[in-house]
Write a protein that binds this ligand. Sequence first.
Ligand code: ZN
Ligand code: ZN
Length: 377
Amino acid sequence: MREERRPPQAEALEVAPGILRIQLEISLPGLGHVNCYAMADDQGITLIDPGLPGPRAWKDLTGRLAAADLPVERVHTVVVTHSHPDHFGQAGRLHEDYGARVVTHRHFRTFFDPDEEPDEITTDDIGVDRPTNATVARVGGRDTASSKAMGRAPWNGPLPWGESTSGGHSFGGGRRGPGRPPLVRRLQYRAMRKVGGRMGAVPTPTHRVDDADRLELGGRSWVSMYTPGHTNDHLCLFDPEAGILISGDHVLPTITPHISGIGAIVDPLAEFFQSLERVGELDGVSSVLPAHGLEFADLGGRAADIIRHHQERLQLLRDASADFGWATVPQYSTRLFKERSLGQMADSETYAHLEHLRLTGHAEVRDDGEHLLYLVS
Ligand SMILES: [Zn+2]
Ligand SMILES: [Zn+2]
């Protein structure tokens, strides 16, 4: 069994000096736990990725914190690596109940109930708990709470490659009209609601950081690293002095994160490659702490493996195109995914790969009026 899939370990474990790994229960496709990292300083406790939303996950988190002698009321900061519910889950409640700061990347956006039109996050919303200069200084970097409001939700409108859920389609992912979110997103929500309970605890960040901001947390001086690809708001934390990288879902030990073609990024695969190269070139990393699975040392090797994995998939698409000629996204999916994995999640990832080929001049696309057809050269 892959290590990311294993059920949570009962005991908290010190994986680096002063950094405890607390494994929380989740049950999502391919994942058996999420790692919440905890570290203390003289002000209290910082948590990174506090698990899923919902009362059951809350009990799990607080129970495990108590068992590790970390009183939940001492949590002063929660860092959320990216906007997936197994990572941001209890951040909102920790803020509401204990006043914890919620730190995310500037682009952080949350997934709302698909039947509601999401509100845009405005400066005023963030300003409700605007920190004093002193607390900003403690988190380091500048106050990015006044970052520009986020763009529109990426899931408005039909699937861009033509498997329409609301009629018609937009070409190349550019135009998006109003409408229900695509089925893939609705199914994800349904799954999340089932595991996570009510989606009531979506956090509003109190601190939005940029790339290369300093965060003084847990008695260490972390540097934030913006690492888009898996999502457009992915953040890693790097302690250059100790050579520790908290890698979120960006670099996992044995699995690769989902790369979605539906979203705000034009070429998510290119962004992912770039972010992998960047962390792979970091000097002196001795320990990588991922959000799923166990810690590992060879960051450069693992980042290169993941890049190679996707390059192999690009080659599979070239081979497929040699056989198929012009073909649709779901047709190409059959060459990248096993039959049991086929569906809109798979298509979304295939679409990201085909668009990467197109945007780098290695594929052509045409619209037959119903579907996008790709030819890879
Ligand atoms: Zn994720
Ligand atoms: Zn994850």
